[in-house]
Design a protein around this ligand. Structure first.
Ligand SMILES: [Mn+2]
Length: 396
C-alpha cells in the first residue's frame, strides 16, 4: 500500500519540478522550523502531542494557502529517541497530508543538531548519519536535502533524485532550493564553499536552507557573525534559517521563524511562528512575507509567597493547591479536556520562607498533584526561597 502511494507521489513530483508554469507565475511557500517532535514524550503525553498538533497546523496552513512547498529548517525531531506511538502519529499525519494535498505540496527539510542528537550522553551518533528525517525521506514523505561540500563547486549540490532520494537542491517552479545537513554552531568557513556551489545568475529565485543562528540575535547563544553572510547575498534571495527559537528577520533576506511550539520554558516568552512567503516576478523578484502565529499551548505564571514556615508536607501541598484554585477560578475552562491548548502549562514560582526539611517539596509529586486537581496540563516549579530568611532560621 505504502509502496503504491510512494510511486504515485514520485511521478507527480517529478512532473511538478519541470518548470511547467510560465516564468511569471508566482511562487508561494511556508517556512517553518524547530518543531521538536518528541519533546516531553516521557514526561507528559498531552504536551508531547502539542508538538504533533503544531506540525498538523503547519500542514493545514500549507493546504489552506495552497502553497507550492513547505520548508522545515531543521530540529524537526528533538532527538533520535522517539516512542513508536508518536512516530506512528507523525507518519500517519504526513501520509494523509500527501493525500489531501494531492501530492502537490512538497515538504523540504534539512537536519538540525537535534535531529542527529542522542537523547542521553554517551556514544556520538552524529558520525553514523542516522535520523528520523532520513526514514521519512525513504518513505517518500519528505525531501531531505544534503550537499557534498568537499566536492568541486558544480558537484556540491546535486539535483534531487526521486529514485535515490538524495540531492542538495530541488527546483519547484522558479525557485531553486539549496540545503545542507547540520554544519555545526559556527559554519563560517563552510558558507564560503556553499557560495561557490550556488549557481550565479541563472534566473531562479534562490533559497538556501540552513540550521544556524546569527550572533547577537540571542544573548549568550553562539552564532554566525552577520558580516560572514554578506558574500552569500548575491547568490541567495532568501536565507531560510532554523536553530534559534526566537523569531528574527534581517535586511529582508535572512529569515528565522522560531520554534513552532515551546520546546522549553523560555520559548513561551519568545515571538515565534511561521512565514508565509509569496514571490512574483516582474523585472525582478518581488517578495511578500507574512508572519503567522500558531495556536500554541497557553501558559500562566503564578507566584505563591510563604509567610510562615511549613513543617508538614501535606499541609504545604494543600495550601499551594488552595491558593492556585483561587487564582485560576476566574477562568472558565474548568470543563475543557487537557488536550485543549487553552488549558495552560503552569509556571509556578515559590517564594518566602523555605519549608522545614520534613516539608521539603518534591517537584514531581507536587506537579502531579496539581495536574490532577487543577485545570493545568503541566507544571514547572521554581523554588526561589529567600536566603536571608534561611540565614535567620539558622540562628534561631
Ligand atoms: Mn531547535
Amino acid at each position: 500500500m505504502l509502496m503504491t502511494s510512494a510511486k504515485v507521489f514520485e511521478t507527480n513530483l517529478e512532473h511538478l519540478t519541470k518548470n511547467q508554469y510560465g516564468y511569471n507565475h508566482s511562487i508561494k511557500f511556508i517556512h517553518a522550523s524547530d518543531i521538536h517532535l518528541g519533546s516531553h514524550q516521557y514526561r507528559n503525553d498531552y504536551r508531547a502531542n502539542d508538538f504533533i498538533f503544531a506540525l498538523d497546523e503547519i500542514l493545514s496552513l500549507a493546504v489552506i494557502h495552497r502553497v507550492d512547498f513547505l520548508l522545515l529548517g531543521g530540529d524537526v525531531f528533538t532527538s533520535l529517541e522517539m516512542l513508536p506511538g508518536k512516530l506512528t502519529k507523525i507518519v500517519n499525519l504526513l501520509t494523509s497530508f500527501k493525500k489531501v494535498s494531492k501530492n502537490q505540496i512538497l515538504i523540504i527539510a534539512i537536519e538540525g543538531n537535534h535531529d542527529i542528537r542522542k537523547f542521553s550522553r554517551g556514544v556520538r551518533f552524529k558520525k553514523r548519519g542516522q535520523s528520523w528525517l532520513k526514514l521519512l525521506a525513504s518513505l517518500g514523505l519528505i525531501i531531505l536535502l544534503d550537499a557534498e561540500l568537499d566536492g568541486a563547486p558544480e558537484e556540491m549540490f546535486k539535483i534531487y533524485n526521486f529514485q535515490t532520494r538524495k540531492g542538495g537542491k530541488i527546483q519547484i517552479k522558479n525557485a531553486m532550493i539549496y540545503g545542507t545537513g547540520y554544519l555545526g554552531e559556527n559554519p563560517e568557513d563552510e558558507l564560503l564553499k556553499i557560495k561557490e556551489g550556488i549557481v550565479k545568475d541563472d534566473g531562479y529565485f534562490h533559497i538556501l536552507l540552513q540550521h544556524f543562528g546569527i550572533e547577537g540575535q540571542m544573548k549568550r547563544v553562539p552564532g554566525v557573525r552577520y558580516e560572514k553572510l554578506i558574500p552569500l547575498k548575491d547568490r541567495v534571495n532568501y536565507l531560510a534559517l532554523g536553530h534559534y527559537h526566537l523569531q528574527f528577520v534581517l535586511d529582508d533576506w535572512v529569515y528565522n521563524p522560531g520554534s513552532s511550539e515551546s520546546a522549553c520554558t523560555i520559548d513561551f516568552s519568545f515571538n515565534r511562528g511561521i512565514f508565509l512567503v509569496s514571490i512574483s516576478k516582474e523585472d525582478k523578484y518581488i517578495k511578500k512575507v507574512k508572519k503567522i502565529q500558531l495556536s500554541n499551548r497557553t501558559f500562566r505564571w503564578e507566584c505563591i509567597y510563604f509567610q510562615r514556615q511549613f513543617k508538614d508536607k501535606e499541609k504545604l501541598y494543600a495550601y499551594i493547591t488552595q491558593e492556585l484554585r483561587k487564582s485560576l477560578s476566574t477562568i472558565s475552562y474548568f470543563d475543557l479536556e487537557p488536550s485543549n491548548v487553552q488549558i495552560p502549562v503552569l509556571l509556578l514560582t515559590l517564594k518566602g520562607r523555605r519549608p522545614f526539611t520534613k516539608g521539603k517539596i518534591k517537584e514531581k509529586e507536587l506537579s502531579k498533584l496539581l495536574c490532577e486537581n487543577l485545570p493545568v496540563v503541566d507544571v514547572r516549579i521554581y523554588q526561589k526561597f529567600s536566603n536571608f530568611l534561611k540565614t535567620i532560621d539558622a540562628f534561631v
